[in-house]
Design a protein around this ligand. Sequence first.
Ligand SMILES: [Zn+2]
Length: 305
Amino acid sequence: MGGTVMGGLVTETVRPGVQFIPDAAAAFRRADAQVRAEFGRGIRVALTFRSWANQMLMFVNWNRYVAGLGPHPGHSKAVHPSESFHVQGLALDSPDWTIPRIVQILAENGFVRNRLHVKNEEHHFEWLRDRDKNYGRPATAGGASTNQPSEEDDMYTDDKHREVLTASREILLYKMGTGVVAVGDGGFWPLPSEAYLELLIAWEIAGPNVVKRTIDQNELTAMLALKRTLSPMSTGAAEKVEAVLNLTAEDAERIAASIGRRPVVISESALAEIAKAAAAGAREGGESGAAEAINGLSFVTTIAG
Ligand SMILES: [Zn+2]
């Protein structure tokens, strides 16, 4: 997998603004057909898929805001992309959570509200294959048949799914002066050189995004606390970072040189521009408006490249 945002992730657009991995798209079509049959309209959708880069930028901006270093980003708290089901093409935010029958139809098709323990997440559904009672069935409820693209379904294999999960990175990289600090679940690590940074990126322990700005110890501590709260389940990222850091400097340089991948640096002005666009977008269209506005910035698509 290269440095692309979600290398290997195949998504399917059900209708404009409604995008999932094929299995979740098929489940949504079934639920949508049933809702149409009973309510005479489709499921209302606020947000489905969001790219790794967008989620990362929203996460960074939210942390900046919380640390008192930036304006309100115009969206609610954004989790790290490794924790976002939206980034995996599995999540649905819908204002229809207020209608019990629609919640029931969604649940029967695997879309479960499993973030109810988090404040302001009542609208958030995640598709879970184990919970999908109609898995593999066509979307024909109430006679409202819809097209079922089997070709794309075949493209999403277990291997692909593993790739998607691997693409979920748990370590954030910050430039501090001339140095780099990696921040993750298990703590934070000053990186001795760019070579170690490249290894973390190349081995997909960290994302390709590097936030270039000065941060102080207080902020680092705050970020750490926040990250711990957001990631109750550690998946060994800390151990993997330790393993990289245990390499000798020579080995790190040699291996990194053979990889030849450069980290991408987000400048302070780019971050400010992103925050501004997000705030403006949010005023127009809420969370999805903010995501769209960020997406529209010319430099955003290149951040994870
Ligand atoms: Zn959501």
